[in-house]
Design a protein around this ligand. Structure first.
Ligand code: CBF
Length: 821
């Protein structure tokens, strides 16, 4: 283009060193002759950011020139974790940085540890968004991510006496070197007020006179692709007081209220809701949803209008992805802008809107779908409520023509739910409007068609699709498991698997090779050592590297059945206690690791955490048991801890009651890292079995179709003896806190909604099979190699290609660069 194709900044170690020192002196404002690790990290991060900014400018200019159809990924949550290692690896300059730093007397790895996590999300859905951003960048798709810049991310979990306490995550306290505040990219967002009918150019139109105005300010976070110069943007919005409002208040002398209103505006983006499954109709949450949707849509329309004047072309240039129902107000907002501001005819506007949106559902049960009380919506967004009523009226009229006067079905499908509290069903709104609706695993997508959205599927079968989730191998192997990364490249003879993970199947032919097996075991050992060091530093518990490292890390939920895991551990403990020395010598030693956060108001989940600690206290201090069994709880589990835990795991547990986990993406990360799975046939496990074969993992438990019948049997079914004995130990106070744990035992021996008791027998059998396999290192290592070899389908690269081709209708748009030779 202009001879500057590869940018101004040079990437040899000397140039990098100069840049780091420049930022020490002028950005961090410390002397270049004296700075500590944290200051060095900050300077390093700024020098990486410079390179990201340059690439992001090039990418955006290139997109502008080519004007491709772009996808806008709207998500209320992004769980990005740390950026440094991922960025320099994707930029292809990690080794150069490491060399530059070592000459300055610093170690790259040590500086990387200085970075805090960006935890702007709860769990699976949010980390999935982060993985998908990495894939969109790597695959050169013209994409943007839009979300909220929460001032406090997901709460920090602190455990005191085994009880979870929540502390705020002040992640911005020391600044965030990765983001750029775009002071010129701001939009007013309106709330409350009234809607008046007015005549404009002889036509009736609705004018919304807001009662409150808040300014949305953009913060841009660059997302570099791997093996490409393309760097896309995650644009997060923060609330700032609107100048207009402040001026009014200051003019009337109401200084205090002006400042209070400033605080109110900033509150909108201040805190992330910490529950990943249930959404109560809270005004602040609705405000957050509309705030980010309104700013994003204004930004998208502004970009479109820069190059186009006819909205007929809008769907040819714009694809809007709804990540769950959280951004569904975008449908209504686009309608409002097209009809009220651009003055398009209603039907024409609706026709355009229906070509824009695709909708991903992550929930499994109807209770997981958002409903917004009409009163709340009407007061906060009066015009939007009118528009929803109109959309619904047209939809129901059409529906009557198609299905007749089947009132039950009409009322199930209506966007408005006429219950004691009248609500808007955001999922129905999204299904009515979106041109594609997808589940996140084959099992889940079937459930959507046969249960959750059966009525809609019968009406529009062509809308429903499956996009199996995936995770990025860049983060989950290259960044977090460098030893495995090197081994894979060596045995596959190429690094190409980092962009084309299907190449991992090439490992299959060496699965029995003694040399590969030897190296594979060494890699696992290195990662287990790293994890063991962390465990000892965090809990004081010393663990044996010969033991099987058995991990269950995820949000704490009854349906994920951490309780089943703990009951199994108690059973194991009880067995060991009742063995003589010769029997004990045959036991496969285990280190059981559990980690995850409970939603702050979720009492049962908090009790499960407490039980885990009480059992750990007993087992870890029992000299009869020694190294045969240890139990550790990892507090404040987050992305950067996952990067240590996952590579070090031998076995990982995915125990959801069948039919309850839409997908589950943790299992995919463990699989890529050669960890064996012990799992129910739920969510993504079903597809994992298809890829690696049932003989390479440990399956157990009721299947989805068996669950209703087992539940029918209800409390009357027999609790197996082994399970009853374990519950008795808890009830009798073996682990202390006797009264406190009774209700957990009641839930298993009573209704047993999550089927712990009925699955207990087959769970123990699967555990026994895992022990047996672990006792045979060759067999275990082969299973481990085959797990990694079969993990290609679970890359987010495949997921994103699926979305691009089947749903968004976009093409790669690659900036020509040094990567193209
Ligand atoms: O699809 C990503 C993940 O989303 C959830 O976490 C969610 O709905 N919040 C589901 O629970 C997971 O099963 C799923 O993997």
């Amino acid at each position: 283009m202009f001879g500057l194709m590869d940018g101004f900044l040079k990437n040899d170690p000397i140039s990098l060193q100069k840049d780091i020192l420049y930022h020490v002196e002028y950005t961090v404002a410390r002397s270049r002759f004296s700075f500590d690790d944290f200051e060095a990290y900050q300077a390093l991060a700024h020098s990486v950011r410079d390179r990201l900014i340059e690439r992001s400018h090039d990418t955006q200019l290139f997109f502008k020139r080519k004007d491709p159809k772009r996808v806008y990924f709207l998500s209320l949550e992004f769980l990005m974790g740390r950026s440094l290692s991922n960025s320099v690896i994707n930029l292809g300059i990690r080794d150069q940085y490491a060399e530059a730093l070592s000459q300055l007397g610093f170690e790259f790895e040590v500086l990387a540890e200085q970075e805090g996590d960006a935890a702007l999300g709860n769990g699976g859905l949010a980390r999935l968004s982060a993985c998908q951003m990495d894939s969109m960048a790597t695959l050169d798709y013209p994409a943007w991510g839009y979300g909220l810049r929460y001032q406090y991310g997901l709460f920090r979990q602190v455990i005191l006496d085994g009880i979870q306490h929540e502390q705020p995550d002040f992640w911005l306290n020391f600044g965030n070197p990765w983001e750029t505040e775009r002071v010129h990219v701001t939009y007013p967002v309106k709330f409350y007020g009234t809607v008046e009918e007015e005549i404009l150019n002889g036509e009736k139109c609705n004018v919304w006179n807001p009662g409150e105005l808040v300014e949305a300010v953009a913060y841009d976070n660059p997302i570099p692709g791997y093996g490409t110069r393309n760097t896309i943007t995650l644009r997060l919005w923060a609330g700032k007081p609107s100048d207009q409002r402040d001026m009014e208040a200051f003019n009337t002398g109401d200084y205090i209220n002006a400042l209070v209103s400033r605080q109110k505006a900033e509150n909108i983006s201040s805190v992330l809701y910490p529950d990943d499954r249930s959404y109560q109709g809270k005004e602040l949450r609705l405000k957050q949803q509309y705030f980010f949707v309104s700013a994003s849509i204004q930004d998208i329309i502004r970009r479109f209008k820069d190059a186009h004047s006819n909205f007929d072309e809008f769907p040819d240039k714009v694809a809007l992805q709804l990540n769950d129902t959280h951004p569904s107000l975008a449908i209504v907002e686009v309608m409002r802008v097209l009809v009220d501001e651009e003055h398009l005819d209603w039907h024409k506007a609706w026709d355009i809107v229906c070509k824009l949106f695709s909708f991903t559902i992550h929930a499994v049960i109807a209770e997981g779908l958002e409903k917004i009380p009409v009163d709340l919506l009407g007061s906060l967004l009066p015009r939007h409520l009118q528009i929803i009523y109109d959309i619904n009226f047209n939809f129901v009229e059409e529906l009557k023509k198609r299905i007749g006067l089947d009132y039950d079905r009409l009322s199930r499908m209506s966007i408005v739910e006429e219950a004691a509290v009248k609500t808007i069903r955001m999922a129905n709104l999204s299904v009515v409007c979106a041109h594609t609706v997808n589940g996140v695993s084959t099992v889940h997508s079937e459930l959507l068609k046969t249960k959750l959205f059966k009525d809609f599927y019968e009406l529009w079968p062509e809308k429903f699709q499956c996009m199996t989730n995936g995770v990025t191998q860049r983060r989950w192997i290259v960044v977090s498991n460098p030893s495995l990364c090197a081994l894979l490249s060596k045995w596959l003879g190429t690094e190409a698997w980092i962009r084309n993970v299907d190449l991992l199947t090439g490992l299959r032919e060496y699965a029995d090779d003694a040399d590969l097996q030897q190296e594979w075991m060494m890699v696992k050992k290195v990662n287990k050592m790293r994890l063991a060091e962390y465990i000892e530093a965090m809990s004081g518990v010393k663990v044996s590297l010969d033991a099987m490292f058995d991990v269950q890390t995820k949000r704490i939920h009854e349906y994920k059945r951490q309780l089943l895991n703990i009951l199994g551990i108690i059973h194991r403990y009880d067995c060991i206690k009742n063995m003589d020395k010769s029997q004990q010598s045959k036991v496969v030693p285990r280190v059981c690791i559990i980690g995850g956060k409970a939603a702050p108001g979720y009492e049962v989940a908090k009790k499960i955490i407490k039980l885990c600690h009480a059992v750990a206290e007993k087992i870890n201090n029992d000299s009869d048991v020694g190294d045969l069994l240890k139990l550790v709880f990892i507090p404040d589990y987050n992305v950067s801890l996952a990067e240590v835990v996952i590579p070090g795991a031998d076995l990982s547990q995915h125990l959801s009651t069948a039919g309850h986990e839409a997908s589950g993406t943790g299992s995919m990360k463990f699989l890529m890292n050669g960890c064996l799975l012990l799992a129910t046939e739920d969510g993504s496990t079903v597809e994992i079995v298809e890829e690696i074969g049932a003989e390479n993992l440990f399956l157990f438990g009721a299947k989805i179709h068996e669950v209703p019948e087992l539940r029918e049997k209800g409390p009357a079914h027999d609790v197996p003896l082994q399970c009853a004995r374990v519950l008795r130990l808890i009830r009798d106070g073996h682990f202390g806190f006797q009264d406190y744990f009774q209700s957990l035992c009641d839930s298993v021996e009573g209704e047993d909604f999550y089927l712990l008791s009925s699955d207990f027998g087959s769970y123990l059998e699967a555990q026994a099979a895992a022990d047996k396999a672990f006792a045979d290192p060759k067999k275990w290592t082969k299973m481990s190699i085959l797990s990694t070899a079969g993990s290609g389908r679970f890359s987010s690269d495949r997921t994103i290609r699926d979305y691009a081709e089947k749903s968004w209708g976009i093409e790669p748009c690659r900036f020509p660069s040094e990567f193209d030779g």
